[in-house]
Design a protein around this ligand. Structure first.
Ligand SMILES: Nc1ncnc2c1ncn2[C@@H]1O[C@H](COP(=O)(O)OP(=O)(O)OP(=O)(O)O)[C@@H](O)[C@H]1O
Length: 943
């Protein structure tokens, strides 16, 4: 049949291809199926099958417990467009606190029925969608809901067939041969009966759920091209060709995956990446209200969750809401004076207790020997597989761990909601824990049990026999805890973060009491716990990444240690500096809820140089606006904000309860429109702002006049206004300087210099400066070309004259520009380069550390290696930077120095977007000179 574009026209009632034309060639057996059957009967049968299959779900688990109607539990989720198929190294749960780093791209949320709808302005139809989301965030449920709505004729009626597959089902067909048609017939017998043997002229959607569980190789490089849906081959080849668009090019493909596995699909085959962010705050509340129809109970549960940061953050993950709801419901029923669990460890212990039904009628924690043994073996499985990063296990994995399959099956009757067994279409059994966090909890429990029972620290790979038997109590205990902390913080991808929280939480006496019968011998004393807390605090004072530090904070919470929080609160007069911590919108959500909590007395918060974007500031503002918030100083320099942030900030300024006195917004593209919005806040009688910095914010006279008019209405508080690096023009400067003289105005410091039209360039580019290489410093193995813009490391020495400024041992050079203001430049590197700034005093002669950029206190640098920026150096200390971005050659790097502010920032430049790498915060005491160290085989170019 003739086609319109790449996709068939909506099949029914559409113009163009007629039904008969479209269908005629695709019936294998005309006796079995007339075309009418294909068009109406077959999809109807498929729909009714899928309706049956998906209208019931087993919450949290499959095939156990009481089935629930999907429509009854289903709460709307937050799905966003964008993100990349790149791998994120953080622990999945921590990703809830962090988010996409792409600057300048407002987030776009998508309704679940619109997964394949292109956004306005996009011409190309969407063929493949990849939806990412951490464990338990609701990917499977989303695909089921999508399918169910279609099957119930509620949405997407232009689709004739939806074929939902899971990778788990496909894994067991690894060794078999099928054609695509046979595969579909195998799973959806209706299509076989109807005799469908091609899909070209139907609107077909293939769903593949759970790429993270895929055990097929998916080798896109090696697998042969296949275009014939009737040709038998391996499932792997079928899948790769479907995804490539070679097999049934008109079909739409929807793949869901946990973030860590997203990069298995080459990006060129993915038309759109979406991300499930879980519940937003209101959605989470709705979930609990739906779940507890009793309004009072619902509200009390919600307010309980809000009292604990860690519970609150976790409750953005639907599966955790389910665990929480299950536990709290049980505790509320049987509590007899028991407190509601407040930490994650308490929550999971209660979950285990509830699920293992170890409680008899009253609260009597008694665990039978079989339950103990089973929990122990599950713990071993959890731990062993966690170390291998496996989340799905097959029979062989269980046997390897000494778990008797039959016992496990019996137990799946008892522990169904913890450990689940799934039989996939008469094939091999598959096992997994309800949620990754349950696996992490059991793994932590196992490590404790082994240590208590046999003195073996399974976290340490090699253990001598003498160590095993020599168990000098508390010291061993402390070493045991410290080894876990060390192991977790050195893990590159944070895969032990949550494990560590549980592990430390389990050391508390109160928690062990909850598990009486299992943890018989209580090991640690409160003194040991104190020492562990001290150890964590020491680690926190080291230079850890933001994610690692946040996790250690959560650990202290699990240990119910408030001392650090109190210490911080004490020192809050000086405030918290979280500059350049790679925070993102999600961190804002956590910060916002902290700011609005009654116990938070924070006065100063510096979040400069984080990629917060407008959406982050919006979240943050909600906290700052709260009646409990005591924040007086807020700095958001260089946070990729636009005028939209001004709207939420303006509402903060005009709120009666806000105590904000000092607001720093320099180096954001706010423009006049933003300043106008902000002025509305300044004008409000509630605004008590005393200092406002808007330096480098693209402001002209228009912005100045709206500020002036706001100040003439409310002149009583603002004393300092920084408008440097803008273009106020004479009239802008005049209106404000007039105010300066006005006795009613409080304003006494107005900064407008430097001023000029050149400062109206958006972003840091306005600070661009042209570097000039100081040829007297250039080492003889560095060859200059391209009008002294290009430097290449060569073997043959160049004939440069002797000069006292010349580096004679290390292949380095300096530029002539002595920087003292704000300055920005870009460099293109091939190979390994140190991109540096240095005081002029750096030694030139000899091979000592004093001469090498970054190896002394005179200089700072970024090491950009062939595969991307790797680490920063100062005073001979290397700090590696996590840059999970794919490398491109050559690497383009940007440097921004703000001398007076004492900041030196490095960025990676990727198609004109700056991706922040690192910022040094210090006080510069002498002019800074850009310089470079060129490793052998490398070259660089000044842009
Ligand atoms: N939209 C929702 N409304 C209510 N509950 C939900 C929703 N989505 C998920 N849940 C709860 O979370 C549980 C886990 O969801 P689901 O299996 O879809 O997660 P997933 O992202 O596929 O996880 P995994 O990566 O572990 O397979 C569900 O069983 C249900 O209890």
């Amino acid at each position: 049949g003739q086609k319109v574009g790449r996709f068939p026209k909506p099949f029914l009632g559409g113009s163009g291809t007629t039904v008969a034309q479209g269908v005629g060639n695709h019936i294998c057996n005309r006796k079995v199926a007339g075309s009418k059957n294909l068009v109406t009967v077959c999809p109807r049968k498929l729909k009714s099958k899928l309706k049956k299959k998906f209208q019931c779900v087993f919450e949290g688990i499959a095939k156990a417990g009481n089935p629930t109607l999907l429509n009854q539990i289903d709460t709307e989720l937050c799905i966003t467009e964008g993100g990349t198929a790149e791998v994120n190294d953080e622990h999945e749960v921590r990703q809830i606190e962090t988010a996409s780093r792409k600057p300048d791209r407002p987030e776009k949320t998508i309704r679940r029925e619109d997964i394949f709808k292109a956004s306005p302005g996009r011409d190309e139809p969407i063929r493949t969608v990849l939806t990412k989301g951490v464990a338990g965030i609701g990917k499977t449920l989303l695909t089921q809901k999508f399918t169910l709505d279609w099957a119930k004729d509620k949405a997407n009626q232009d689709i004739q067939f939806i074929f939902p597959f899971t990778f788990r089902e496909l894994n067991v067909l690894k060794e078999e041969k099928f054609s695509l048609v046979e595969l579909v017939h195998h799973f959806f017998t209706e299509t076989k009966k109807a005799g469908i043997c091609s899909f070209e002229d139907f609107q077909v959607v293939f769903i593949f759920d759970g790429l993270d569980e895929c055990r097929l190789p998916l080798d896109f490089h090696k697998n042969e091209i296949l275009t014939d849906p009737r040709k038998p081959t391996s499932v792997d080849v079928l899948l790769t060709n479907l995804i490539r668009g070679k097999l049934v090019p008109t079909a739409r493909i929807w793949i869901t995956t946990r973030p860590a596995a997203a990069n298995q699909i080459p990006p060129q085959y993915v038309d759109m990446v979406t991300e499930i962010r879980g519940f937003t705050d209101p959605q989470m509340e709705e979930y609990f209200r739906e779940r507890f129809r009793d309004e009072e109970k619902g509200s009390s549960i919600i307010s309980h969750i809000k009292t604990s940061q860690s519970l609150y953050i976790m409750c953005h993950i639907p599966v955790f809401c389910w665990i929480t709801a299950t536990v709290l419901e049980d505790v509320l029923q049987t509590r007899e004076g028991r407190q509601l669990p407040k930490t994650l460890t308490e929550m999971y212990i209660n979950f285990l207790v509830v699920q293992a039904k170890i409680r008899k009628l009253k609260y009597d924690p008694h665990l039978s020997p079989e339950s103990t043994r089973m929990i122990e073996s599950l713990g071993k499985l959890a731990f062993d597989q966690l170390q291998k990063a496996n989340l799905i296990f097959y029979e062989s994995d269980l046997t390897e761990c000494g778990i008797d399959i039959i016992a496990a099956s019996i137990y799946s009757g008892v522990l169904t909601q913890i450990f689940r067994e799934e039989r996939v279409l008469y094939q091999e059994k598959v096992f997994c824990f309800t949620h990754l966090s349950v696996q992490e909890f059991l793994a932590a429990l196992y490590v404790h049990l082994t240590f208590i029972n046999s003195g073996v620290n399974v976290l340490e790979q090699q253990q001598t026999t003498s160590q095993k038997f020599k168990r000098s109590q508390s010291l061993d205990m402390l070493i045991f805890f410290q080894s876990a902390v060390d192991k977790a913080i050195t893990s590159p991808n944070g895969h032990l973060d949550l494990f560590l929280c549980f592990f430390l939480g389990l050391s508390l006496q109160t928690n062990q009491t909850l598990l009486r019968g299992l943890l018989t011998q209580t090991g640690s004393s409160s003194k040991t716990n104190q020492e562990t807390v001290q150890y964590i605090k020491e680690k926190l004072s080291e230079n850890l990444s933001a994610e690692k530090s946040i996790n250690l904070f959560h650990c202290l919470n699990e240990l119910k240690d408030r001392s650090l929080v109190e210490e911080i609160q004490q020192s809050l007069r000086s405030g918290i500096n979280m500059c350049t911590c790679n925070l993102s919108q999600r961190s804002c959500e956590a910060l916002s809820s902290a700011l609005s909590s009654q116990s938070c007395r924070l006065r100063e918060l510096d979040l400069s140089n984080n990629n917060l974007q407008d959406s982050g500031v919006k979240l943050l503002s909600a906290g700052v606006e709260s009646a409990h918030c005591t924040l007086e100083t807020l700095r958001l320099y260089g946070c990729f904000l636009s005028e939209r942030s001004c709207e939420s900030l303006s509402s903060v300024l005009s709120s009666q309860s806000s105590s904000l006195r000092d607001l720093g917004l320099s180096n954001n593209n706010l423009q006049d429109s933003g300043v106008k919005l902000l002025s509305a806040g300044v004008k409000s009688p509630h605004c008590k702002l005393a200092a406002l910095s808007l330096s480098g914010c693209l402001i002209t006279e228009e912005g100045c006049s709206s500020l002036a008019s706001a100040l003439s209405s409310n002149p009583f508080h603002l004393r300092e206004l920084d408008l440097s690096y803008n273009h106020p023009g004479d009239s802008g400067i005049n209106v404000l300087s007039d105010g300066l003289k006005d006795p009613h105005w409080r304003l006494d410091t107005l900064r407008v210099e430097p001023a000029g039209v050149q400062w109206l360039t958006p972003g840091l580019k306005k600070y661009s400066c042209q570097l000039t290489i100081d040829t007297n410093t250039v080492h003889r193995e560095l060859k200059l070309s391209d009008n002294n813009r290009k430097v290449t490391r060569v073997i043959e020495e160049q004939s440069y004259p002797d000069h006292p400024d010349r580096f004679d041992v290390h292949p380095q050079l300096l530029c002539r520009n002595g920087l003292t203001g704000r300055c920005y430049w870009e460099v293109e590197c091939r190979g390994d380069i140190y991109i540096s700034v240095s005081y002029s005093g750096i030694r030139r002669k000899g091979g000592s550390n004093d001469c090498v950029f970054g190896w002394n206190d005179q200089s700072w640098n970024l090491l950009c290696s062939g595969d991307g920026p790797r680490s920063v150096w100062h005073n001979n200390k290397e700090t590696s930077i996590s840059s999970s971005f794919s490398s491109s050659v050559p690497n383009r790097v940007a440097v921004y120095v703000d001398f007076p502010a004492g900041t030196l920032s490095f960025y990676r430049v990727s198609s004109d977007i700056l991706i922040h790498l690192h910022t040094f915060n210090t006080t510069f005491t002498e002019p800074l000179y850009p310089g470079f160290y060129v490793w052998s085989g490398s070259s660089m170019c000044l842009c």
